[in-house]
Design a protein around this ligand. Structure first.
Ligand SMILES: [Zn+2]
Length: 270
């Protein structure tokens, strides 16, 4: 009987409610929650240095790629209004997803810089989503330094990331795959080592991986990026990827014994 957490990364100033609703409205209609990793102050000229040619981050709309400016989540009032209603209904957990979401933003060992970004990011999200209890951190690009992890532990954040970040921090449970374990009472680490859905993979293969993961794990974290279903920033979802996602949603909604939860709820923090 698996427990399922749905995490969607990269909601930002650039995100329209319609794109999120296209993917998650069936869950919300059924009263089921989604964890959104939200970028407070997204930087337009973010480049992905692990890819050939250092392309722009695909989560930034083409018209803004290369813009050397930051865009504040508060300035997308339609999105904030939409998400605040979802938060009030218990249908969305807002998670902190870095600050500007520049490449490897949290791999620095500069503790003062990490603290400034956490303070500033939290301040923006708390203004944007005043009723949200923001207790979970998702590192940009799923890479994070030991110093940043120590800072998150000290601040009491739940952490959702890949296992490859954990070895230098012995106080963290050394878990891998899909797993969750307590860091301290009331504070949990959630590991997700496989993004099941990817626009770089055949849609049928994404669906097969997700179904296989559900069949053999007690806990699954489905880590999506909403923009990948619209890649490269089309107005409508790519039909094959969208059909695969809808097929998985159908599975999730038909199996009433499967529990869909948020990070905070599973950690016992409500
Ligand atoms: Zn991200």
């Amino acid at each position: 009987m698996p427990t399922i957490i749905i995490r969607d990364d990269d909601t930002s100033y650039f995100t329209s409610p319609q794109r999120l609703a296209a993917l998650y409205e069936p869950l919300w209609q059924a009263g089921l929650p989604v964890c959104l990793a939200v970028i407070p102050w997204v930087y337009g000229d973010t480049r992905v240095y692990w890819s050939d040619g250092n392309p722009h981050d695909p989560g930034i709309p083409p018209a803004y790629r290369g813009s050397q400016a930051n865009y504040c989540i508060l300035d997308n009032r339609e999105l904030c209004h939409f998400l605040n209603k979802k938060v009030a209904a218990g249908l969305v957990e807002i998670c902190l997803h870095g600050y500007a979401h520049t490449f490897y933003e949290f791999i620095t060992h500069d503790r003062a810089a990490i603290r400034r970004k956490l303070d500033a990011g939290m301040a923006l999200l708390e203004r944007a989503f005043p009723a949200a209890s923001i207790r979970t951190f998702v590192p940009p690009y799923d890479r994070i330094s030991p110093v940043a992890l120590e800072e998150l532990i000290a601040r009491g954040f739940h952490i959702s990331t890949r296992s490859l970040n954990l070895a230098p921090v012995p106080q963290l449970p050394q878990i891998s795959g899909f797993a969750a374990e307590e860091i301290k009472p009331g504070q949990k680490l959630f590991v997700c080592d496989d993004y099941l859905f990817s626009h770089k993979r055949d849609a049928a293969e994404s669906l097969a991986r997700a179904r296989a993961a559900l069949a053999k794990n007690d806990l699954i974290i489905i880590s999506n990026h909403y923009w990948m279903f619209f890649h490269p920033w089309r107005s409508q979802p790519n039909p094959a990827d969208f059909a695969a996602w809808q097929a998985l949603l159908h599975d999730l909604l038909m199996r009433e014994e499967w529990r869909i939860m948020t990070f905070s709820a599973l950690a016992g923090g409500g």
